[in-house]
Design a protein around this ligand. Structure first.
Ligand SMILES: Nc1nc2c(ncn2[C@@H]2O[C@H](COP(=O)(O)OP(=O)(O)OP(=O)(O)O)[C@@H](O)[C@H]2O)c(=O)[nH]1
Length: 392
């Protein structure tokens, strides 16, 4: 939500979101705090209301009015405490606002009932009314509309009770009325500003959260794109073995390590024999399938630490750490045999595939390019000598 939109979304008179679902979301977000603060406010109100019982006794003594006031105070205090308990357990602020409104009406009724019982202390009660109005707006957490209605009820009932039971003059009524109106205006505008500010803050927070979620999604999407790109760069799309670049990187590291550990490192260049014929006779799609089957056969003959990459076309390269000439020769022969054992389907079922393999064992401190070149030379010797062989 942009700031402009937030301003339009909040009602200027009630300070609430115009959209009901936004309002419910906001109320839900402050529910825990409102419950806690309402309970605290109710307990404080109950204690203050009870303490005023002492002044009742001083003023009235053990008279009928005193007992009536005492009964009223006990009712208000116990109602406040009961409500504090109920709100603590079931006071959902989002949907049960009426429950949160009850304390205001009970306290308002209690305050107004004091007037007929202690009409002579009207001046003290006017002060109490102003304090109560401010408390309704600012100290007892509630919605602006709820606080305003309860304050209005308190104000009108108090002035009526003052006129009827305390017999105040017209001037007195106007003075008290003005005082109460000012208290209501101050309380209302202060709470209105708070309500609007809190909702604006909430809207901004929601927007930030939304943006964060969007950003998280974007990051995840980019990460998956990066993974895909990396895979595309590192793996050969047809056979799934290392791409040439990635193989070179890994082989260099393995060769370096072998040289550091003074362990032998061997390398094969493998080329499929007469592959052009396969393509020309059965087409490229079939040729592709044959290539993947040859790679499978090679991989099955290798050990977990060996690495294989596609060097280009129908040529593959294998790096074998901790492998001396004898072991390399045995593994190369295993590869040659397993390629020869591939069973072909359909029209090619009577054909046999073969590969020629050039083997080179790295000399101490020899670099990868030089080992590859030597293996390549051996491969071409093998091709010249009739193919389908391992040349060391
Ligand atoms: N189907 C398919 N064919 C490929 C691919 N890459 C290279 N080739 C083919 O592999 C063939 C290689 O042909 P040549 O270099 O003449 O080698 P050859 O026919 O295998 O003969 P020798 O290597 O001398 O035994 C060409 O026909 C290329 O088109 C590929 O990814 N898929």
């Amino acid at each position: 939500m942009s700031e402009q939109k937030t301003n339009n979304d909040i009602h200027w008179l009630t300070g609430q979101f115009r959209d009901w679902s936004d309002e419910l979301k906001y109320r839900g977000s402050i529910e825990k705090r409102v419950r806690l603060e309402t309970r605290l406010a109710l307990i404080v109100v109950a204690v203050i209301f009870a303490l005023f019982g002492i002044t009742d006794y001083n003023l009235l003594g053990l008279t009928r009015e005193y007992y009536l006031l005492l009964a009223m105070r006990i009712t208000v205090v116990s109602s406040c405490l009961a409500l504090a308990f109920i709100i603590g357990r079931w006071g959902g602020f989002a949907k049960s606002v009426w429950l949160h409104a009850l304390p205001l009406w009970i306290v308002a009724t209690g305050i107004v009932l004091i007037v007929p019982l202690r009409p002579e202390s009207l001046l003290t009660q006017v002060t109490a009314i102003v304090v109560a109005i401010m408390a309704f707006y600012l100290l007892i957490p509630n919605l602006l509309t709820v606080s305003a209605l309860a304050s209005l009820f308190l104000s009108i009932s108090f002035i009526t009770a003052a006129v009827v039971f305390a017999g105040i003059t017209l001037v007195g009524t106007i003075t008290i009325g003005l005082l109460i109106i000012v208290a209501n205006i101050v309380g209302y505008t202060a709470l209105l500003r708070i309500e609007i500010l809190q909702r604006k803050q909430f809207a901004l927070l929601c927007e930030e959260r939304e943006q964060n979620q969007h950003l998280q999604k974007e990051i995840a999407h980019r990460q998956s794109l990066e993974d895909q790109l990396r895979m595309a760069a590192e793996l050969d799309a047809l056979t799934g073995v290392d791409s040439r670049g990635h193989f070179m990187k890994r082989a260099k590291a393995l060769l370096q390590r072998s040289s550091y550990e003074k362990a032998p490192f061997s390398l094969f260049m493998i080329d499929v024999d007469h592959f052009k014929r396969v393509n020309d006779t059965w087409g490229h799609t079939y040729g592709d399938r044959i290539l993947t089957r040859i790679v499978d056969a090679c991989q099955q003959s290798l050990r977990p630490n060996d690495i294989i990459g596609r060097f280009g076309g129908e040529e593959f390269v294998v790096g074998l750490p901790c492998t001396d000439e004898e072991a390399a020769q045995a593994i190369a022969k295993r590869i040659k045999d397993s390629v020869a054992a591939i069973e072909l389907e359909g029209e090619m079922s009577n054909q046999r595939l073969s590969v020629t393999i050039g083997v080179a064992v790295a000399s101490p401190d020899e670099d990868l390019d030089s080992v590859i070149m030597r293996a390549d030379d051996k491969l071409y010797i093998g091709k010249r000598e009739g193919r389908n062989r391992v040349v060391v």
